[in-house]
Design a protein around this ligand. Sequence first.
Ligand code: FES
Length: 116
Amino acid sequence: MAKTGRPGWIRLGPDDRLGDRPLMPITVGGHSLLLVQAGGRIVAAERACPHEGADLSLGRCVGGRLLCPRHRASFDLRDGSVSPGWSFRALRLFRIESASDGLWLAVEAGLTVRTP
Ligand code: FES
């Protein structure tokens, strides 16, 4: 699935890869991530909830927020911040770029990917 072509980025496929799906789990370099369509843009996030590890691909996206299916905390998809009343860390988000040759994921701190 993931291909390299430019340093520091991984190609995830065509930019219409999600189609009408609001959420799509993916695996990149052994990392479980989640692609989310929110407000006309695509966001990449870690797939496990930072609270107790629930699978966020089973959640919902509403009004620019990703809702955890287990305890209903929600995360702002602009910065990963958690809804009021929770004290655990923010959801980790990763940079995505939609280009003419597809959808690209930035390889940054916290997302190490080994390439052959
Ligand atoms: S596991 Fe997500 S809010 Fe508790």
